[in-house]
Design a protein around this ligand. Structure first.
Ligand code: HEM
Ligand SMILES: *[C@@H]1O[C@H](CO)[C@@H](O)[C@H](O)[C@H]1NC(C)=O
Ligand SMILES: *[C@@H]1O[C@H](CO)[C@@H](O)[C@H](O)[C@H]1NC(C)=O
Ligand SMILES: *[C@@H]1O[C@H](CO)[C@@H](O)[C@H](O)[C@H]1NC(C)=O
Length: 351
């Protein structure tokens, strides 16, 4: 019989090891671009990271859907003319203005509000030193972490852009959910992201929702043969006819948890968008999908790497751009309002 003392000591020791290996996980990062650094605000705003994290932790208690919305805002920001906060501008194609391109249908206004509220909070603490694009990058990281995903470091020092994301830029850089794998690979290649990045970043769909308009191509005029039958039946229940505004979750297994279940969905033919399910149907991407479905730590590690790559796309640094006072507006007050050309939008552009 082992005495109770040594076994409880052993237990304590084991849990310490588990704790340390989980909390101080060393991830591999891609090269950090010149002008950005992990400790950029060390002297000018040392508390910026806890400020963002604590604020979002409170907010997510009320609405966990906001985590997905914020992660997506950062993705859209980075894919369209670089991570420069252009997507946040009122009047840009992705921003919260009322007269924008199709993506405004599905980027949640609450996410833009959260970024602006963080702007106010951080300015109060440190003055106007932290950029809106950095706030967005930190918010995306904390959305991942607070939903159960990896905690990782974010290179900081981005500056906010002086130009609006036009509708054309949005349409040309954000792939449609109806895309096949070749289209997706080519779209990411324009940004110097590779096939591994594609499979890995698509894992962002482990949280959040999609509107019927984003996946109805798999239901009408006829059912996509790659849909698992019961899953398809439920999608028809949510979207009985074309062009309804209903939504469903991106990951049917754990819709609000950042984990590897998205890949289990794909292996089970329960991916939501054509762009998701295609990754399991193509020999270039299938092996990684299968590996991620079986190995969450592998996915987390690759996700940190690819997110950091994405988070540094065409960033402005040094004296370029500006630090916006209001994330929705240029400091100069210059506004661009542009209208949607009739006949261009057909719903398939909703991304
Ligand atoms: C690879 C190409 C991608 C395509 C085609 C795509 C497409 C879409 C579409 C159509 C939606 C649903 C919009 C709606 O109907 O409401 C969506 C949602 C979402 N996407 Fe992607 N996406 C892609 C990549 C990414 C990446 C790289 C990330 C982040 C790493 C991401 C994160 C999200 C999140 C979190 C949501 C849920 C948003 C919410 O619930 O408000 N996506 N995506
Ligand atoms: C943009 O969003 C607003 C609501 O925020 C909506 O009224 C408007 O119709 C949308 N415009 C387009 C073109 O999607
Ligand atoms: C929305 O989806 C629910 C089930 O998820 C369904 O009962 C309802 O009829 C749908 N509404 C519309 C307008 O299609
Ligand atoms: C920020 O800019 C937007 C867009 O111009 C404006 O609607 C909003 O009132 C501004 N917010 C603040 C706090 O000034």
């Amino acid at each position: 019989m082992a005495s109770p003392v040594p076994s409880s000591v052993l237990l304590l020791l084991l849990s310490c090891i588990a704790f340390f290996s989980a909390s101080s996980q060393a991830y591999e990062y891609p090269p950090i671009v010149s002008g950005l650094s992990f400790d950029f605000y060390k002297s000018t705003c040392p508390n910026v990271e806890p400020l963002v994290r604590n604020y979002l932790a409170q907010l997510f208690k009320k609405d966990i859907g906001l985590a997905a919305a914020l992660l997506r805002v950062h993705f859209h920001d980075c894919f369209v003319q670089g991570c420069d906060g252009s997507i946040l501008l009122d009047g840009s194609a992705g921003g919260p203005s009322e007269k924008n391109a199709p993506p405004n249908l599905t980027l949640r206004p609450a996410a833009f509000k959260a970024i602006n509220d963080l702007r106010t909070l951080i300015s109060k603490a440190c003055g106007q030193v932290v950029s809106c694009s950095d706030i967005s990058a930190l918010a995306a990281r904390d959305s991942v972490f607070l939903s159960g995903g990896p905690d990782y470091r974010v290179p900081l020092g981005r500056r906010d852009g002086l130009s609006f994301a036009t509708r054309d830029a949005v349409l040309s850089f954000l792939p449609s959910p109806t895309s096949d794998v070749t289209t997706l690979i080519n779209a990411l290649a324009k940004l110097k992201l590779d096939t591994t990045d594609l499979v890995t970043l698509s894992g962002g769909h482990t949280i959040g929702i999609g509107h019927c308009t984003s996946f109805q191509n798999r239901l009408f005029p006829s059912q996509d043969s790659t849909l698992e039958p019961t899953f398809a039946k439920n999608l028809y229940r949510t979207c009985p006819v074309k062009d309804t505004t209903n939504t469903t979750v991106n990951d049917i297994r754990t819709p609000n948890t950042f984990d590897n279940k998205y890949y289990v969905d794909l292996v089970s033919k329960q991916g939501l968008f054509t762009s998701d399910q295609g990754l399991f149907g193509d020999s270039r991407t299938k092996p990684l999908v299968t590996s991620f479905a079986a190995n969450q730590p592998l996915f987390f590690g690759k996700f940190v790497y690819s997110m950091t790559k994405m988070g540094q796309l065409s960033v402005l640094t040094g004296k370029q751009g500006e630090i916006r006072k209001n994330c929705s507006a240029l400091n100069s007050g210059k506004k661009v309002l542009w209208s949607v050309v009739d006949g261009e939008g057909d719903g398939s552009e909703v991304f």
